[in-house]
Design a protein around this ligand. Structure first.
Ligand SMILES: *Cc1c(COP(=O)(O)O)cnc(C)c1O
Length: 376
């Protein structure tokens, strides 16, 4: 076959639309006909339905996942004069959000097997913070690729030192730890609803969940100019609203989120079997964690060559993420790191490779990827 013809894309947000086209078209028509386009009935219904699905008391919609993180921090009073700890092996949004509120990011290294924050390094920086930084007020663990962080020791360390845990669940809608959904374990959780996420809008969107009603009310006001009553800003706010069209679409897509996560797990199991006995180990699963496979990531030292071989078989791959945040031009040389110096992060960035992963992959496409993997 033609080496440049991709028969299995790495991601395909259009497939998610086509899979529920009639329902989504009807929801869009309903939202358009309503004559109300921002913060109305669809948004309220989505917030109720998402909170119920998550098992949280409250959900607050917003414009995107980056804003969800900034709104969480604003709601908690975290800004200039605060340090917020997260990882460098994440979407740049996690770090950008910390600077957007005027706080100082402190970036820690990852556990090389699961690519999530090293809890020992977190305990170390909380115990003995790097000199010259403002006090550590919050920790943002990122449940990367669909798998929960090793959260229990992190929660304990944060609590000992009075730091608030804000979960970044943008890649982990429905992931579990010890049987509990991630997002219900810290003080508040933030989710991107970008089209390729496990729950994706057909445009930008974000949502937060929390059991703290007062915090939810505060964030609900901050996302719209600090209004508690119309046109009167009780506090300084921003504009970060989820629109009615996206909310209507998300309500449809939420009905299929659990089934889609199950399909992702099925695809992951097929890849596991195809990799057995070969040179590349399947992703490490954390004991007690339910992985929702936002990405299926292999560690491949000779990555460029392997990506080219898969591409020659029509299989597209991607790299999440090729350059750690602290080494990107905007951040390099000025972003404080933990004592580990993000050494594992730098190594992972050179080796990680994501296989095709989205629920609408057909069995034939999955088999095509498996055949290509068996030939490696
Ligand atoms: C996608 C993502 C974000 C940002 O979400 P946007 O909706 O693009 O603003 C934040 N954190 C993580 C881990 C993400 O994957």
């Amino acid at each position: 076959m033609n080496a440049t013809t991709i028969t299995v894309p790495q991601a395909d947000p259009g497939a998610g639309y086509r899979a529920q086209k009639d329902e989504i078209d009807a929801a869009v028509a309903r939202a358009l006909a309503s004559g109300w386009y921002i913060l109305g009935k669809e948004g309220e219904a989505f917030e109720k339905e998402y909170a119920a699905w998550q098992g949280a008391a409250r959900a607050i919609g917003c414009a995107n996942g980056t804003d969800a993180l900034t709104l969480a921090m604003r709601g908690l009073g975290i800004g200039p004069g605060s340090t917020v700890v997260t990882v460098s092996h994440t979407a740049v949004a996690t770090v950008a959000a910390i600077e957007m509120v005027g706080a100082t990011p402190l970036l820690l290294d990852i556990d090389p097997d699961t690519y999530t924050m090293d809890p020992d390094e977190l305990a170390a920086v909380l115990e003995d913070p790097p000199p010259g930084l403002p006090p550590i007020r919050a920790v943002i663990p990122v449940h990367l690729y669909g798998q929960a962080c090793d959260l229990a020791p992190m929660l304990a360390a944060a609590q000992r030192h009075g730091a608030t845990v804000i979960e970044d669940c943008s890649q982990a809608h429905g992931a579990t730890l010890g049987g509990a959904k991630v997002g219900n374990l810290g003080r508040i959780a933030c989710y991107s609803l970008y089209p390729t996420k496990n729950l994706g809008a057909l445009g930008d969107g974000g949502v937060l969940t929390t059991d703290d009603g007062a915090l939810a009310d505060a964030i609900g006001a901050i996302r719209q100019y600090g209004w508690k009553e119309r046109y009167i800003s009780a506090d300084v706010g921003v504009n970060s609203r989820l629109d009615e069209l996206q909310a209507a679409i998300l309500r449809v897509k939420l009905t299929r989120l659990d089934a889609n996560n199950a399909r992702r797990a099925q695809i992951a199991a097929a890849y596991d079997a195809a990799l057995a006995g070969g040179p590349f180990a399947p992703p490490v699963r954390r004991a007690g964690a339910g992985h929702v496979f936002h990405q299926y990531v292999l560690r491949v030292p000779d990555r460029a060559a392997v990506m080219a071989r898969l591409r020659a078989e029509g299989v597209a791959t991607a790299v999440h993420y090729p350059v750690p945040v602290h080494l990107q031009p905007a951040y390099r040389g000025r972003t404080p790191l933990g004592p580990a110096g993000c050494a594992e992060t730098a190594r992972a960035a050179g080796e990680v490779m994501s296989l095709p992963m989205f629920p609408e992959l057909t069995d034939a496409q999955v088999e095509r990827v498996c055949a290509a993997l068996r030939a490696l």
